[in-house]
Design a protein around this ligand. Structure first.
Ligand code: S3P
Length: 440
């Protein structure tokens, strides 16, 4: 178990390196395995979560190698996973587990999924329900891991209305639909991150996404597409960039620069919110890259004010609420976050963990099951001097390390090694721009 101490920092300056996008990295590996031929990946996120997916695919028979900077996936086409009766350990990765469940559900394989303590408490009913409709057989004692799936040789094309706007559920259903002979149709109330749709389309699948007259989203995928192996150049992860962005906004005299960030509109709710709060954030060098929009970002210290974040914005910033809570803590006035109950199902119950630690620091909060209100201090420091246990939640760990940079007495984050799930170079990258972090 390792801890990091975070101390008051005078300024953050310069260019910070942020790693490749986690969502796109998981998908590039899985989709590459479904195409025929070699898919080459540049800028794959080399983190524990992504390696869990990579190792799981290898166990199912997929050949994956690294050649200098590039990863190569030797795909054998749809339904080609062939090593049966494997137990796959997805570690901390909800995305890896849930998406692979969809892939296995559409393959003639029996697979058991296990994970760490955090992943083993996360709800899987959201995945089990639709996958059962495709003909897969699923055995789990309480809708959590460990869970065994006997996939279906010929999965049924389903029409599924999801109550959640979850990209993990959507992608799992679409992955099982790849090997189905008909059209899979998936509905979600708000558009969740759409990397699966963009990437499959880029590889040649017939996949449509539209807003219906009832104002819900309809995604249709024609089964058995001829997926072309391809080159994925993965943009950098906006969810990882969120940590230095908030730290730079809060710390006086800061001015940082981040290159090549994915600015897909289903991912940048937090940038829009921070700009609404008064954040000096500029996007430039906008480009398109393998079907995704990317841009460089400049951030300068700013005076922030509290805002009301509507529930409709949740899917586009689902992973950024912990770090946004830190921004809200220093803003002038109240910030309310509405419709955020699914944060209770992430690596930890993020509403509870954020509130508990903020309250210890004297920051007032109020919450219900689905909302969180934070009363901003309207100043740029706290007394600090607390310990925060990450409880295996990488985003809680990084959020409170950022808060420590504004604390008179240091903040110690325990079980900080969990940061390796998504941003293995967080410590070094943050130190390079001036963050006072010390491994203890
Ligand atoms: C992800 C989707 C999100 C997000 C997770 C990654 C993905 O989960 O929280 O970190 O890659 O599909 P939900 O869409 O289930 O909320």
């Amino acid at each position: 178990m390792s801890s990091i101490k975070s101390q008051i920092t005078s300024k953050l300056v310069g260019e910070i390196e942020v790693p490749g996008d986690k969502s796109i990295s998981h998908r590039a590996l899985m989709f590459g395995a479904c195409a025929i031929g070699t898919t080459t990946i540049n800028n794959l996120l080399e983190s524990e979560d992504v390696f869990s997916t990579l190792n799981a695919l290898k166990k199912l028979g997929v050949k994956i190698t690294k050649n200098q900077e590039h990863w190569k996936i030797l795909g054998n086409g749809l339904g080609s996973l062939f090593v049966n009766n494997q137990t796959l350990d997805l570690g901390n990765s909800g995305t890896g587990a849930r998406l692979l469940m969809g892939l296995v559900a559409g393959s003639d394989l029996k697979v058991t999924f296990i994970g760490d303590k955090s992943l083993s408490r996360r709800p899987m009913k959201r995945i089990i329900e639709p996958l059962l409709k495709t003909g897969a057989q699923i055995d789990s004692s309480n809708n959590c891991l460990p869970l065994t799936i006997q996939g279906s040789k010929i999965p049924l094309p389903i029409e599924y209305y999801s109550k959640l706007s979850s990209a993990q559920v959507k992608s799992s259903v679409l992955l099982s639909g790849l090997t189905s002979t008909g059209t899979t149709t998936y509905f979600e109330p708000l558009l969740s991150r759409d990397h699966t749709e963009r990437m499959l389309r880029y590889m040649g699948a017939e996949i449509k996404s539209e807003e219906t007259l009832e104002n819900i989203w309809k995604i249709t995928l024609k089964g058995l597409p001829n997926l072309r192996s391809c080159y994925f150049n993965i943009p950098n992860d906006p969810s990882s960039a969120a940590f230095p962005i908030v730290a730079a906004l809060l710390i006086k005299n800061s001015n940082i620069f981040i290159k090549n960030i994915c600015v897909n509109k289903t991912r940048i709710g937090f940038l829009n919110t921070l700009i609404e709060m008064g954040g000096k954030i500029k996007l430039f060098n906008r480009k398109e890259n393998c079907g995704e929009k990317v841009a460089d970002i400049e951030v300068k210290h700013s005076k922030l004010k509290g805002v009301n974040i509507p529930a409709e914005r949740v899917p586009s910033m689902i992973d950024e609420y912990p770090i946004l809570s830190i921004a809200a803590s220093f803003a002038e006035g109240k910030t309310t976050m509405n419709g955020i109950k699914d944060l209770r199902n992430k690596e930890t119950d993020r509403i509870k963990e954020v509130e508990e630690s903020l309250n210890k620091l004297g920051i007032k909060t109020k919450s219900s099951y689905d909302n969180l209100l934070i009363e901003g201090l309207g100043k740029n420091f706290v007394e600090g001097g607390i310990e925060v246990d990450s409880k295996l939640d990488h985003r809680i760990a990084m959020s409170f390390l950022c808060l420590g940079l504004l604390s008179k007495k240091p903040i110690i984050v325990k079980q900080s090694e969990t940061i390796n799930s998504s941003f293995p170079n967080f410590y070094n990258s943050m130190k390079k721009i001036g963050a006072k972090l010390i491994k203890i």
